[in-house]
Design a protein. Structure first.
Lengths: 110, 185
């Protein structure tokens, strides 16, 4: 069965939306984003997918970041937050997401 | 931090070479942060490395956009590269050896000149006219005292010239390597 492949495709397609949603709730540092994602096996990801994605979203102007020193014994952390453009982007994505869910539930005969 | 982790970061940094230095530093710093967070959670080094995966793949994930943007062969690029190597090849053949010889020679002569002037001057004070050292321009010869002062002026000028050519050489080399870095087929 090709279920795993399908699952990873969905995860990849929604990861951007998930991360932006998370950051719209609160400011997070990269590793924190990974941990939050890790709580949900379906979208659990590693550095090699999330960090470059964060960087790209920042380059596209949806995120802003700032380095902050943390408590002693911990490394400095790079905190990401949404820019106004990012917030607008999440709103639009949410709308699309709703219509996708609607379509799926309709097809399920609900 | 564990040497294996340092080595991993080094490798990532090397694969990120197409990016500007500031960006590379930022990326490596963030990955290093992740490593330290995991170490804090007392994850074993092996587990950290396994989770991060192949350093080349990690770096490529950052370069992804860049590579697709630059893909494709272009005649303009090829011409540009040819022009670059042609120009630096020929200019380098002259500029590097000339400046490379001129710079130390000027500095050396600049240092020797006041010493020679001093020797001539001191020996003249003892009533001895030193051969080999003289300050002569056509028929005009300077006295040892004036010659000493003159030798300092000339020496300083030579050192200045030597240093200038050395700086020029460094600038030339830096400019070439910078251009080369930005210019890959």
């Amino acid at each position: 069965m090709n279920l795993d492949k399908w699952k990873s495709q969905i995860a990849r397609g929604t990861l951007e939306y998930c991360i932006l949603l998370m950051l719209s709730q609160k400011t997070c540092y990269g590793y924190e984003v990974l941990q939050e994602l890790g709580k949900h096996p379906m979208i659990a990801s590693t550095e090699s997918t999330v960090y470059p994605l964060l960087r790209r979203l920042q380059k596209e102007g949806f995120l802003q970041s700032v380095w902050r020193d943390s408590a002693e014994g911990l490394p400095p952390r790079k905190y990401y937050s949404l820019t106004p453009a990012g917030e607008e982007y999440v709103k639009c994505m949410s709308k699309e997401w709703d219509s996708l869910l609607e379509a799926v539930s309709c097809l399920r005969g609900e | 931090m564990d040497a294996r982790l340092e080595k991993y970061l080094d490798k990532v940094d090397r694969y990120l070479r197409p990016l500007p230095t500031s960006e590379r530093v930022d990326i490596v710093k963030e990955i290093k942060g992740s490593m330290l967070e995991m170490e804090n959670e007392s994850l074993a080094v092996e587990d950290i490395l396994e989770r991060l995966g192949n350093p080349k793949e990690l770096a490529m994930a950052y370069l992804g956009d860049l590579l697709t943007r630059k893909q494709g062969f272009s005649w303009n690029r090829l011409l540009l590269v040819c022009a670059f190597y042609g120009l630096t090849g020929f200019s380098g053949m002259i500029v590097i050896p000339v400046l490379g010889i001129i710079a130390p020679t000027f500095i050396f002569c600049g240092a020797v000149s006041p010493v020679a002037g001093l020797v001539k001057y001191v020996s003249s004070l003892f009533g001895y006219d030193m051969p080999y050292v003289m300050f002569q321009l056509g028929d005009f010869t300077l006295s040892p005292g004036a010659g000493f002062i003159w030798s300092i002026v000339v020496g300083a000028a030579l050192v200045f010239l030597g240093k200038g050519s050395w700086e020029l050489l460094l600038r030339y080399i830096r400019a070439v390597s910078r251009t080369k870095r930005n210019l890959s087929i």
